[in-house]
Every structure is written in C-alpha cells, then in structure tokens.
Write a protein that binds this ligand. Structure first.
Ligand code: FAD
Length: 452
C-alpha cells in the first residue's frame, strides 16, 4: 500500500510536487480556495501595496493564476547565501527550465542570453538573464500536463495545524483531520509560517526572516540611437521574450536595472498609484477604481503598450525600473496574534536604500556614453512596491545543512514534515524566485520518491 502524503497548498510548488509524487504516493492536496481569487486580507501590512495590488492568490495554481512567469536562475553567490550548493543544483535548474520550455525553445533563449552577455562583456554589471515564455501558465494545469498519472485527491479547506499523523483542517463543512504519513507545507511565503507557528505552539510569536525584491521606477533616460541597451533590454524568440537586466552589487546587496520603453522624458507615468496600471488591470479588469486610474494616466497606458508590443524598444526614451535585494533580518517578519490576522512589517531599510542608490549611480556611470539625457526621481520619492516573491519566513523552522539534503526541507520538531515553497528561501538575490522554487521542488520529490 502506498504511503499517504498531504500537500498543503496547490500553488506553484504544491502543484509541481503533488504531480511528481502521484505515482509513488497516495497524494492529497489541501487548498484553501475553491476558486481563483487574489488574497488581500490574510495578513495586515500597510506598506508596499501588499493589500491593494494582486500580490498572492488562492485556488488551484495559487499565485500562478496571476503571475508573469518570468524565469531567472540565482547566481552561484546567491545560491550559496540560500544554503544551496551550486554544483549539485544545476541538474534541478535544467529540469525546471524544461518544465516551462521545450529543448528547442530553451536553446533559442540561451542563444539570446549569450549574445546579450557578449555585447555587455567587460563592463561593471553582471547580467540577469530573464526569460518570459509567451504563454502565462497556471502551474496546476501545466504540472498536470507535464506529469500525468495516478489520481490526486483535492480537498478544499484551510490547514490549521500539522499534528502527529496528519493535518487539522477547517472547511465549509466544519473541521476534519486528514491522515498522512508525510506532510509537505507548500502554503507560500505568507501561508506556511502561520501553519508552522501554530503547529509548534507559537501562535503569539514573531517569525523573522521575511525578504522580497522591492521595486521602484527611479528615472527616465534618453539613449543615443545605436545604444546596445535597447537590444539587450528585449529580444524576441519564437516562444519567449529574453531580457537582460544589469546587476550591480553594493555592500553585498544587488540591484538590477531594467529599461522599459517610454514616450518621452515626463515622469508622470512612473510616479503615483497608476504607475503599474496596465499590469494591475490585466489581473483585475473590472475594477472601477483601476479603470479610473487608467483614464487619469494615459501616458502610462501609451508606455505600457509600447512595452507589451515591443515597439518601444526601437525608440530612444526609457523608464528605469529597479529591483533590489533584501537579506533576511531578525526584525523583519510576521507578528503572529492568536485568533487574529498576522501582520507583516515589510519595509526597505536605510542601508538597503543607500545600496540601491549607489548601484543606480554605477549604472549611470557605466553607460554615460549611451545616456544622452536623464531625468531622475529623487531618491526620497522612490515609491517601493513589494514584488510578490514572499521569501524566508520558514527558515527559523528548518535547519541549514548547507546543501539540499533532506534536512534542508525538514521541519524541526514536526516529524515527517517538510517545507517546499518561497518561505524556504534564505536568499534570492534579485531573481524572481519561481524557477528556483520549481528546481527545489524537483529535488524534494526525488528525495521523497527514493524513500517511497
Ligand atoms: C502579479 C504577480 C506576478 C508575478 N510574476 C512572477 C514572475 O514573473 N516570476 C516569478 O518567478 N514569480 C512571479 N511572481 C511570484 C510567484 O507567483 C510566487 O513566488 C510563487 O507563486 C510562490 O509559490 P509558492 O508555492 O510559494 O506559493 P503560492 O503560489 O502563493 O501558493 C500557495 C498556495 O497555498 C494556499 N494556502 C495558503 N495557506 C493555506 C492553508 N493554511 N491551507 C490550505 N491552503 C493554503 C494558497 O491558497 C495558495 O494556493 C508573481 C506574483 C504576482 C502576484
């Protein structure tokens, strides 16, 4: 008889994991949302538009119902910071790339990456190689296409706590207990710490270690006509858009600079609540408030169209968008409160801000010959938004073995319980973390199947 696994959460990691385990275990996925829906009220947080823009979601596929599926690897330094030995991890990255792209599609993207690297070689920046497959995948559907097999039971309800022998669940029909030989918490960077803290009797505790990639528009620039920055900022392959971000390191924190097409040098389109309006509306098309905002910032609309159609990459005007690295701090995290919503104190520290500012200056200096005009948003007015890569909040519950052995995923004090989602990441540099999370999921599935 197969052993029973309960996977908590059907988001990015829960979807991939449950489909990878389906033939070797009896798999039950526990998902709190019956329908696809953004989550705005599971945690309190008054910074970073965490509760006013779509930032996490429930339903089969979890947050991937709304994501852009931009894929980037962590570099070796960041993998080291995350406690993942780079050499041993390369084959899992390969599996993760092939989860999203065919071998031919991947080869096209790698050619574009190599051309970008050659064109920027010898400069101060390193390159963030970002691939955006043209199809935005709900990962529950994609994982079931990629890994078909035995039935996965889906139970709708919210995991309350992991107990010896299973999971306590609250659902529309009341409470129940799901029996399990193994439990894997895949409830996301804001869901998993809550379940783990409750399970370990820390309902009033503080869970440290939260980090994300604060993002902000910081300037507009005019490039000289032949600037290589235009080409590296967007290369279309048949199946994907390949973008090179320029990465600068200051005081051991990275900042990545991306260029987005602009209509002119006016700053109105990159300041204020409408600055991400088209992206926000795509996810939430019937919001009257957002439609009004859209009508109030037609410049932002024109620029978003230039970006989406790629037409703008032939022009001379660009907005400068940065994403900054955050490291886990003992003081940044989720404050739990029994019977109430937890609150997140997400913020950008003065040290982080200084590092991002110095890195942006390095970008201006490196490309001084290509930037013919620059209009900056003063640093004090940079409007940081949370980039929805909720990370680090399970790291106080798991040991740090220094490699991805089973201990890497195992929860201290909860036997036969693992974590596999954003909360496990001790570092993510400036990379969108999805590709790394899929790679980690392949690794955990391999370890679990070896014991099945
Ligand atoms: C607009 C947007 C764009 C993004 N773009 C990108 C991108 O381009 N590239 C990238 O890499 N990342 C991107 N992200 C981030 C990416 O979607 C997340 O990092 C990723 O989905 C995290 O995966 P996860 O498995 O940790 O959690 P999630 O995908 O959030 O899944 C968690 C699941 O657990 C469920 N859950 C939570 N608590 C419980 C509970 N107690 N009981 C039962 N179920 C529970 C939730 O309902 C959810 O379905 C984007 C996010 C957003 C919002």
């Amino acid at each position: 008889m197969k052993k029973r696994v309960v996977v908590i959460g059907a988001g990015l990691c829960g979807s991939v994991l449950s489909t990878l385990l389906r033939n070797d275990f009896q798999v039950t996925v526990l998902e709190q949302g019956k329908k696809k829906k953004p989550l705005f009220d599971d945690v309190d947080c008054d910074t970073g538009e965490l509760n006013t823009s779509i930032n996490r979601a429930e339903g089969l596929g979890g947050t991937t119902n709304y994501w852009h599926n931009a894929l980037i690897e962590l570099d070796d330094k960041d993998l080291g910071k995350a406690g993942i030995a780079p050499a041993g991890f390369a084959s899992y990255y390969q599996k993760a790339w092939e989860f999203f792209l065919s071998k031919g599609e991947l080869a096209d993207c790698n050619r574009a990456r190599d051309a970008n690297a050659a064109s920027l070689e010898g400069g101060a920046a390193t390159i963030a190689h970002m691939v955006l497959p043209q199809t935005r995948h709900n990962v529950w559907n994609l994982a079931n296409d990629r890994h078909p097999g035995d039935k996965i039971e889906v139970v709708y309800g919210q995991a309350q706590r992991i107990v010896d022998g299973g999971v306590e669940v609250k659902g529309s029909g009341g409470s129940q207990r799901l029996a399990a030989d193994y439990v894997v918490a895949c409830a996301g960077g804001l869901g998993t710490p809550v379940v783990l803290a409750r399970s370990l009797g820390q309902e009033d505790g503080f869970v440290p270690g939260y980090h994300d990639h604060p993002m902000a528009y910081v300037a507009k620039v005019k490039l000289r006509p032949g600037s290589r920055l235009k080409k590296v900022s967007s290369t279309a392959t048949l199946s994907a858009d390949v973008r090179a971000g320029l990465v600068y390191d200051t005081d051991d924190l990275k900042t990545v600079v991306y260029l987005r097409p602009a209509v002119d040098m006016r700053l109105g389109s990159i300041m204020g609540p409408a600055r991400y309006i088209l992206s926000d509306l795509r996810n939430d098309p019937f919001s009257p408030k957002k439609i009004m905002m859209l009508l109030g910032n037609l410049e932002a609309v024109r620029e978003a169209i230039l970006f989406k159609t790629r037409l703008g990459f032939r022009g001379d005007y660009y907005s400068v968008l940065i994403l900054g690295e955050q490291t886990p701090l003992e003081s940044r995290g989720l404050k739990m409160a029994r019977g109430k919503r937890p609150s997140l104190n997400w913020h950008v520290t003065p040290e982080e801000l200084r590092s991002y500012e110095a890195s942006v200056d390095k970008f201006y200096a490196e490309f001084a010959d290509e930037i013919v005009e620059r209009k900056v948003v003063p640093t004090a007015s940079w409007e940081f938004r949370n980039a929805a890569h909720h990370s680090g909040t399970a790291t106080s519950f798991v040991p740090a073995p220094g490699d991805t052995s089973k201990e890497f995923f195992g929860v201290t004090g909860l036997p036969s319980t693992y974590v596999c989602d954003g909360s496990l990441l001790r570092a993510a540099g400036i990379a969108n973390s999805g590709l790394t999370l899929v790679a980690l999921t392949y690794r955990l599935a391999e370890l679990m199947r070896a014991n099945a």
